[in-house]
Ligand binder design. Structure first.
Ligand SMILES: NC(=O)c1ccc[n+]([C@@H]2O[C@H](COP(=O)([O-])OP(=O)(O)OC[C@H]3O[C@@H](n4cnc5c(N)ncnc54)[C@H](O)[C@@H]3O)[C@@H](O)[C@H]2O)c1
Ligand SMILES: O=P(O)(O)OC[C@@H](O)[C@@H](O)[C@H](O)[C@H](O)CO
Length: 402
């Protein structure tokens, strides 16, 4: 295992996957932190501990490469991770494991914080970088459930749990550029916005590329309900049309019309809710489309559509903008078509897809839509989703799936 330099500040980052290596871990290392990547993937940990560096490839016209140094891998299921969390050199804990895994990493974080308290380790900040609203506060609740009242009182005083919005498209790496298994390809754009009102003390050393805000809700909703909403609908419609990649899906005019329509509907809702400038929001949407269309990303619709039940849950990228639009009495026709397409995402390697398709086969699409979205049968919204689902199902049958 690689070692930090004497007194080097440390960060423990859970999840050495695409965004972990391609964005958060890379930024922390560039900013002077020794990054301990905590993961469960034994092969990945072996690679992290046998390479001194890896490359982040910017997938732009003229491809550029950044080298990442100063990291190690540690098993999130072993004692070493709590020890790192307890170390006085550790200033930050970050995560990029997926929302469903937050509960699973909470015991290791709680154990590390207990040790830290006893060792007098002091102030530390936790930032979960998952695509969901209030992700770090969700992690905080899981961590608190493993601590005593006394430990929780110390935690409230010493440990910041700050929500954030994290944005950079990082597809699964391919052999086109990956010379070693840690190399990763990313788009050039990146944005990491953190709620400064929930931090304890300054982020020290400051993380280059991290923006601090006191109005995170607007940032995260704009990102999740625009970029991720459009991304998901592109992926689900792309899947229905038998296409493999996001850029291929967007090149299809029918798909593009629905994605644009959904972002228009969701955009009108966001403009009302957050008082965004409508023209500026339109520019944001155009920028998102330009990012999706980047042919160098080779981003797979199966990655972008992964875990459809999470994406169909209340407050996530599909229902979130739909509910806000309805609150303002705005149309949701294209959003409903995007939701409908999600119910046709039949990917055998995705456990949530298997569960969803199994439930549709068991109880029928009408009941499955009501169960997963909370949109009641007989409502206008439910009728729109079912109508679109039936049309897309015919389309899917015509196209034939992979
Ligand atoms: N890839 C992107 O474009 C992107 C961009 C922004 C945000 N995100 C968010 O980041 C998170 C991770 O996405 P990703 O694309 O990097 O996924 P990924 O599958 O590439 O990485 C997840 C990593 O978490 C690890 N992991 C799983 N269980 C673990 C555990 N118990 N302890 C520690 N590590 C564990 C996995 O082994 C894997 O290395 C998700 O919430 C995603 O929404 C991704
Ligand atoms: O990571 P997910 O599964 O929540 O969503 C898939 C993609 O939309 C997502 O990873 C984007 O690439 C990312 O959010 C861009 O910032």
């Amino acid at each position: 295992m690689h070692e930090p330099q004497a007194n080097q500040p440390q960060a423990v980052h859970f999840g050495a996957g695409n965004i972990g290596r391609g964005f958060i871990g890379a930024l922390l290392a560039e900013s002077g932190y020794f990054v301990v990547f905590a993961d469960v993937d034994k092969n990945l940990l072996k690679e992290l501990n046998s390479h001194d560096s890896y490359e982040v490839h910017l997938l732009t016209e003229k491809e550029q490469t950044e080298e990442v140094h100063s990291f190690a891998g540690a098993s999130s299921q072993k004692e070493e991770v709590p020890h790192f969390i307890a170390s006085p050199h550790t200033r930050l804990i970050t995560t990029a494991v997926g929302p469903a895994i937050l509960e699973k990493i909470a015991p290791a974080i709680a154990k590390g914080l207990k040790e830290r308290r006893l060792a007098g380790g002091g102030v530390l900040n936790v930032i979960a970088c998952e695509n969901m609203v209030h992700q770090t506060e969700t992690l905080k609740k899981y961590v608190q459930s493993h601590l005593s009242d006394e430990e929780n009182a110390w935690l409230s005083d010493q440990i910041g749990f700050a929500n954030c919005s994290v944005d950079r498209i990082v597809p699964a790496p391919t052999s086109r550029y990956a010379k070693n298994p840690l190399d990763v390809g990313v788009e050039e754009f990146s944005e990491w916005v953190v709620d400064k009102t929930l931090l304890r003390g300054p982020i020290d050393p400051p993380v280059q590329g991290m923006t601090l805000t006191d109005s995170l809700q607007a940032y995260i909703e704009r990102k999740l309900f625009t970029l991720n909403c459009g991304h998901a609908i592109t992926a689900y419609l792309g899947f229905v049309y038998g296409l493999e990649r996001v850029d291929q899906a967007l090149a299809n005019e029918e798909i593009m019309e629905d994605v644009r329509g959904a972002l228009r509907e969701g955009g009108a809702a966001l403009v009302k809710r957050h008082g965004f400038d409508a023209e500026e929001h339109e520019r944001y949407v155009e920028h998102v489309f330009a990012r999706f269309a980047n042919p160098k990303l080779h981003d797979d619709v199966e990655r972008v559509g992964r875990q459809p039940l999470r994406k169909l849950s209340k407050g996530d990228r599909l229902l979130g903008p739909t509910v806000i639009a309805r609150e303002y009495g705005l149309p949701i026709d294209h959003l409903a078509r995007g939701i409908a397409a999600a119910f046709l995402f039949d990917v055998k390697s995705d456990p949530q897809s298997v569960q969803m398709i199994g439930r549709i086969n068991e109880v029928g699409i009408e009941r499955a839509v009501a169960e997963y979205t909370g949109i009641e049968g007989g409502s206008e919204e439910h009728d729109k989703i079912i109508g679109a689902y039936n049309k897309f199902k015919l389309k899917g049958n015509l196209v034939g799936h992979r």
